[in-house]
Design a protein around this ligand. Structure first.
Ligand code: NAD
Length: 510
C-alpha cells in the first residue's frame, strides 16, 4: 500500500495514480471507470459575512475597548474570511453588566410563555436562513457543506425548537420542587461545531430564564456573530445574550468573572481542568463537556456493511473533529481481516476537498495548528510500530487537508490509542471475547461515547451497562436528538446537555 505522512503530497487521486501506488480500485471504478469522477458542484448561497465583526453587548455591536482585531481564516483557501474583535477583561465585564441588567429588569420576570416565543422565533429565523448559515459555517470552519447543511444548522434550529417548548413548562422539569433560573451564565465553546455548540448552550439557558455571556472559539466566530444579527432580527431583549470574541485570555476573563453564577464549558480536557482550578474556591456551578476517545466495538455477528458505513461515518465525519468520534475500532479477531479490507475499499471512495462542494465527504482541517497536531500524532503511530494505511484520494493544492488514515497493529500503549487526535485517524485493535472488548474499550481516561455493532440484543444491553461512556450507540453511530441528554464520564467531563437532564443544569431547585 502507498503511504504518505506528508499532507503536501496532493493531487494524487486519479485511477492511474492509484494503480501506480498499488492501491485497489473500488468496485464502481472498475465497472464504470471515469463516469464516477463527479463534476464540481459548489454551493453558491451568499453567506453574508461582514468584513469585520465587533462585540455583541447589550443588544448592539460595540467596538472592543482596546481596538484589537484578528483575522479569521478559511482553512480550505488560507484566505481571510473576516476580522474578529478581541475582547479584553473590561469588555467581558461590560458584557456581564449588560447580562445582569437584562436578567434583573426583563428576563427573570417575563412569563415563560413569553420567553418561549422569543426562543421559538430564533428557531424559525435559523430555519429561514439555514442555507446562508451553512455556507458561512463551511467557509469559516472547513466542514463539508453536506454536513453543515444537513446536520449542524438543522440540529441547531431543533435545539431552539425543543427548548422553546420547555419555557412555559419549567415547573414540570422537577415536579414538586420550585424551579428558578440561576442568573447570569458564562459559556465557552470550541471550534468543531461552532453554531451547534452555541445552540446547545444558549437555548436551554435562555429558555430557563437565565441571561448569557458566551465566547465562541477564536478560529470559528463568524456564525456566532451572524447569530447576533439574527437575535436583533428576533427582537430578543437587549443583554439577554452577549457574545464576546477572542482567544484563551478572553475565555479566562469570562470564566473567572465574579458575576457568573454558572460556567458551561465545552472544549479540551486540559482547558477544562484549568477552569476547574480557577473556580475551585468560588463554588460557581459548572458543567464540563470535554474530550473523548470513543471505541466502536464490532462483533463477528454484526451487519458488516452497515458497520463499515458506521465506522467510516464515526471517524471521518467532520474530519474527525468530533469529541465523540469513534477513533478506536475494536473488531472481533475472527472478522478482522475481511472487515479491514472492506473499510479500506470504502476509504478509497471518500472525497477530500472543497468544503463547499456538495460531493465532498471530508473537508478542511480547521487550522494549521490542528493539522500539525494530527501529523505529529500520526508520525508517533508509525514510530511506535503501528501499520499505516491511507487511500490515494486527491488533496487540493491549497489549504489544510489530511487524508483519511487507518492504523492496524495498534497496541493499547500507543499514543494513537490513548490520546485524542481530533482528526480523520482511526486506530484498530482486535479482541476475542466480550470481556476483553469491554476491558479494552474502557481502558482510557475518557468516557464520552461508544458504539456496539452486533445482532444480539442481550449483548447490546450488557455492553451498554458495562461501557463507561455517557452515550452508547447500538448498530448506529453519531446520532443526536435535542431531547436526548449528552455528556461524559471520567475526564470527558460532567453535566449533561439536551433533554430534561440538560435543562436541570440551568435551574436552581428548592
Ligand atoms: P480548547 O479547550 O482549546 O478551546 C475551547 C474554548 O476554550 C475556546 O473558545 C478557547 O478560546 C477557550 N479557552 C482556551 N483557553 C482558555 C482558558 N484558559 N480559559 C477559558 N477558556 C479558554 O478546545 P478546542 O480545541 O477548541 O476544541 C476541541 C476540544 O473540544 C476537543 O478536546 C473535543 O473533544 C472537545 N469537545 C467536547 C465536546 C463535548 O460535548 N464533550 C463537544 C465538542 C468538543
Amino acid at each position: 500500500m502507498a503511504v504518505t505522512l506528508d499532507p503536501s503530497d496532493k493531487d494524487s487521486g486519479s485511477k492511474d495514480e492509484k494503480k501506480k501506488h498499488g492501491h485497489k480500485l473500488s468496485v464502481p471504478e472498475l465497472i464504470f471507470g471515469d463516469l464516477w469522477e463527479y463534476d464540481p458542484a459548489p454551493e453558491t448561497a451568499d453567506p453574508r459575512i461582514r468584513s469585520r465583526y465587533d462585540l455583541f453587548i447589550g443588544g448592539r455591536f460595540v467596538a472592543p475597548q482596546a481596538g484589537e482585531y484578528f483575522a479569521s481564516i478559511n482553512p480550505a483557501t488560507e484566505e481571510t474570511v473576516t476580522e474578529i474583535a478581541v475582547a479584553s477583561a473590561a469588555d467581558v465585564d461590560s458584557a456581564y453588566v449588560a447580562a445582569q441588567m437584562a436578567y434583573e429588569t426583563v428576563w427573570r420576570t417575563m412569563p415563560g410563555r413569553e420567553r418561549g416565543k422569543y426562543v421559538y422565533r430564533i428557531a424559525r429565523l435559523l430555519q429561514d436562513r439555514a442555507r446562508e448559515f451553512a455556507v458561512a459555517e463551511s467557509i469559516d470552519g472547513g466542514k463539508p457543506i453536506k454536513e453543515s447543511r444537513d446536520f449542524d444548522v438543522p440540529m441547531a434550529a431543533a435545539h431552539f425548537f425543543y427548548h422553546a417548548g420547555w419555557a412555559d413548562k419549567l415547573a414540570y422539569v422537577a415536579p414538586g420542587r420550585t424551579v428558578q433560573p440561576i442568573g447570569v451564565v458564562g459559556q465557552v465553546i470550541p471550534w468543531n461545531f461552532p453554531l451547534l455548540m452555541l445552540a446547545w448552550k444558549i437555548a436551554p439557558a435562555i429558555a430557563a430564564g437565565n441571561c448569557v455571556v458566551i465566547k465562541p472559539a477564536e478560529t470559528t466566530s463568524a456564525t456566532a456573530m451572524k447569530f447576533a444579527e439574527l437575535l436583533q432580527e428576533a427582537g430578543l431583549p437587549d443583554g439577554v445574550v452577549n457574545i464576546v470574541t477572542g482567544g484563551g485570555e478572553t475565555g479566562a476573563a469570562l470564566t473567572g468573572h465574579p458575576a457568573a453564577r454558572k460556567i458551561a464549558f465545552t472544549g479540551s480536557t486540559d482547558v477544562g481542568k484549568l477552569i476547574m482550578r480557577q473556580l475551585a474556591e468560588r463554588g460557581t456551578r459548572m458543567t464540563m463537556e470535554l474530550g473523548g476517545k470513543a471505541a466502536n466495538v464490532v462483533f463477528e455477528d454484526s451487519p458488516i456493511d452497515q458497520a463499515v458505513e458506521g465506522v467510516v461515518h464515526g471517524i471521518f465525519f467532520n474530519q474527525g473533529h468530533v469529541c465523540c468520534a469513534g477513533s478506536r475500532l475494536l473488531v472481533q479477531e475472527s472478522i478482522a481481516e475481511s472487515f479491514i479490507n472492506k473499510l479500506q475499499q470504502r476509504m478509497e471512495t471518500l472525497r477530500v476537498g472543497n468544503p463547499l462542494d456538495k460531493n465532498t465527504d471530508i473537508g478542511a482541517i480547521n487550522s494549521r495548528e490542528q493539522l500539525d497536531r494530527i501529523c505529529e500524532l500520526v508520525e508517533s503511530g508509525v514510530a511506535e510500530g503501528a501499520k499505516l494505511y491511507q487511500p490515494s484520494c486527491a488533496l487540493p493544492s491549497r489549504g489544510f487537508f489530511y487524508r483519511p488514515t487507518l492504523f492496524t497493529e495498534v497496541t493499547q500503549s500507543h499514543r494513537i490509542a490513548r490520546e485524542e487526535i481530533f482528526g480523520p485517524v482511526l486506530s484498530i485493535l482486535t479482541f476475542r471475547t466480550m470481556d476483553e472488548a469491554i476491558e479494552k474499550a474502557n481502558n482510557t481516561m475518557y468516557g464520552l461515547s461508544a458504539g456496539v455493532w452486533t445482532d444480539k440484543g442481550s449483548r447490546i444491553l450488557r455492553m451498554a451497562a458495562e461501557l463507561k461512556a455517557g452515550v452508547v450507540w447500538a448498530n448506529t453511530f453519531n446520532k443526536f436528538d435535542p431531547a436526548s441528554p449528552f455528556g461524559g464520564y471520567k475526564e470527558s467531563g460532567f453535566g449533561r446537555e439536551g433533554g430534561r437532564q440538560g435543562l436541570l443544569d440551568y435551574v436552581d431547585l428548592s
